[in-house]
Design a protein around this ligand. Structure first.
Ligand code: NAG
Length: 234
């Protein structure tokens, strides 16, 4: 059994909201799930995995205490709300934010408490990750200015137009884009590819690859994006 005291625990917030696309965060989570402390304690199920440098303490944050209905999939409940985190005394700071997208995310339709949460948390976070239209949340929260980013190619032009004047460099052909500690991915399944690379960055290539092998997931390279062409962006 690994000595968990040797592992640094990072706090990750997964943002949920009505009409979220479940796969946007669940795809990444199937990989991040190998870093949950309780799972690391049962590492005998994964004998080939070395002890990672980091574990992830994951919190699901929601606009309300009520059930949240995703676009597809079972209703779910957050473990806390954006307002509760914002009101926490002493203040709570997450190390990693994971912001998925979905139909609930369109400019001017994003829950205000989610925008406030991201605006407060992003500046102090070690990493900010978005999948699909989750990048619009970052843009609307005002934390993507001066950065390179990407989003779902089906709505790429809309996102670009909606964020004009914010000095965001939207990259059309990319499965994901890294700018400093901001990682933004293209649509839905691109979050799985980005997480593959992010896991390599966080806990090393060997651990990340073995997790992907367990999941039997093949990931694309960063610029292997056929959808930019599909939507006439390049
Ligand atoms: C836009 O962002 C770039 C890169 O961070 C920065 O160099 C530039 O000064 C910014 N421009 C404006 C008008 O803020």
């Amino acid at each position: 059994m690994p000595n968990l005291e040797d592992i640094q625990v990072l706090k990750m917030a997964v943002c949920i909201f009505p009409n979220v696309t479940t796969l946007d965060f669940q795809g990444p989570l199937e990989q991040f799930g190998y870093l949950i402390p309780s799972r690391l304690q049962n590492n005998h199920y994964n004998p080939e995995l070395n002890v990672p440098k980091y574990a992830l303490d994951i919190t699901y944050v929601s606009p309300t205490e009520e059930l949240v209905y995703p676009m597809a999939g079972a209703p779910m409940k957050g473990s806390t709300t954006y307002d509760k985190v914002l009101a926490a005394d002493p203040p709570e700071q997450f190390n990693i934010l994971l912001v998925p997208g979905g139909f609930g995310i369109r400019p001017n339709v994003i829950p205000p408490s989610l925008l406030k949460f991201v605006a407060h948390q992003a500046p102090g976070a070690d990493y900010v990750l978005s999948v699909c239209t989750g990048a619009w949340v970052l843009a609307q929260a005002g934390v993507l200015g001066g950065k390179r980013a990407t989003t779902n190619k089906a709505v790429f032009k809309v996102a670009k137009a909606a964020t004009e004047g914010q000095n965001i460099t939207w990259i059309p052909k990319a499965r994901w884009v890294v700018d400093g500690n901001f990682w933004t991915s293209s649509g839905v399944t691109a979050g799985i590819d980005m997480t593959g690379a992010f896991m390599e960055h966080l806990v090393g290539e060997d651990f990340a690859r073995k997790v992907r092998n367990r999941l039997e997931v093949s990931v694309r390279k960063q610029d292997d994006d056929e959808f930019a062409e599909v939507y006439g962006l390049v």
